[in-house]
Design a protein around this ligand. Sequence first.
Ligand code: 5GP
Ligand code: ZN
Length: 111
Amino acid sequence: MSDCIFCKIVAGEIPSTKVAENEHAIAFHDINPEQPVHILAVPKQHFSNVSDLALNDSGITAEFMRFVAEVAAEQTNGHYRLQFNTGAAAGQTVFHVHGHILSQSSKGSIA
Ligand code: 5GP
Ligand code: ZN
């Protein structure tokens, strides 16, 4: 979608501090971190939220969850929250599905 900020990050039109990328997804640091580790995992294809993704493409959903697990294993100490805000009233502000990977500790730290 041409007016979507995360589509622009996926396309490299807006810079981001990328931590991982594969064929279907990217992960980058949140611009306004709420915890010591705050990474956004984003499928490259545009879906408006996690329900839109899960209900329409089980293949990308499964691939995406594997990607999240790999990023969390690499970037956290294994203790993390995965959060999908879904709908404006639930706090969603960017309407391109993204999982917040939130952790108090990066890899190697004590939980
Ligand atoms: P939501 O509230 O939609 O679940 O989360 C959107 C998240 O995207 C917020 O945590 C916000 O800080 C982050 N964000 C918004 N714009 C940008 C941006 O241009 N770059 C990065 N890295 N993060 C962004
Ligand atoms: Zn998008």
